[in-house]
Design a protein around this ligand. Sequence first.
Ligand code: AMP
Length: 427
Amino acid sequence: MLVHAVKGMNDVRPQAADAFLDTRVWEYVHTVAAEVLHSFGYHHTWLPIVEETALFARGIGEETDIVSKEMYSFTDRGGRMLTLRPEGTAGAVRAYIEHNLGRTDPVQRWWYAGPMFRAERPQKGRYRQFYQIGAELFGVAGPQADAEMLMMLYRLCQRLGIVDAHVRLNSLGDDASRQRYRDALRSYLSTRRDALCESCQHRMDHNPLRVLDCKREGCRAVVQDAPDIIDVLSDDARVHFDCVQQWIGDAGIGFTRDKHLVRGLDYYTGTIFEFTSGALGSQDAILGGGRYDRLVQELGGPATPAVGFAAGVERLALLISQREGVLKGGPHLYVVPMAGAESAAFRLADGVRANNAAVWRVEVDVSGGKLKQQMRRADKLGSHAVLVLGEDELNTGHGRIKILRTGAEVPVALDAAAIAAVLGRAD
Ligand code: AMP
């Protein structure tokens, strides 16, 4: 009998029929991520995939879905209770404590990439063995750490050509704020208990914040009018969160403050965030993370503030594989100048490259010839999109980007940022 891969676990390989499982896409994601993380001063770590079960139970929280239902746990030959890691932060914190880094230099920037395991119901974008690229910044309590991490993640998305990422932020405040909010939320929910699903009726008592996150319609309607944590934040927590928002706004990053945003792991405190993309379907989170100022201490280390994130590699790969150029290795944009438009074409092409730190391949046709031949050449190279520049385009300042796979023509202003936005869209 043929043995198959375990349900919810994928083979990433060359020429994969599902483009998002293709080797080239994964190499591209890892290369770009490594460059961006390195450029922000992060050091690559390789930590064990297996840890003692108690680490996750204490770190992530017994009441979370991950710990209560999704862990792959087993007893090894020595009788130890072990678990395949469902996420990377608990292990990183364990290592940070074990090597006494709090005493030598508490400020540490770490990143990792590797498989995680959760026995969730598999569906598009959700697997039982999936890969994360993540980072932890230990030892900085101030909002500059949160803001810098968000800027780094924004840069990562830009570099990967994911320009439609929606940045959502919230604050879970400090312990006192969170306790006040839990009480307020619980008393609000208790007046509407019957409208909640069965799981949320249980969550309401044990972990009321998770009700905000429920996807069922009835529960979503109930939380619409739920109290907002922002109203019960302590002054310190509010100033911290205001600073983060101010600084990333100053950096030109658009975001939404989402009062319903919570995270599936209990260790978060203060700022939390998620980047989503409509192109992913129902599993729309590209990455998530936030502050976890108590975890190092809770796991037996010295009091150490920290902030971290994890991005799903399958989801990054899904977004990227929808842009054909990455797979075929051809240019993302092939610019075809008519006679007289050469200089404008070079200028525009260079603007798009600078806009994306040269990760997008932009090629200007220098072969001359007839338009038909130039278009054929664009196709043969495996280009994702073509922009023809002629007299009309230069006079009006507007052109049309043709997406070769679909034949769609998208009107665009002749401006590097506008062109980059069209190229980054998944259509
Ligand atoms: P989390 O560790 O739950 O905060 O998730 C961080 C990121 O990992 C998410 O935004 C997803 O991109 C990805 N992710 C989480 N769970 C899965 C899964 N079961 N399959 C694929 N990707 C996942």
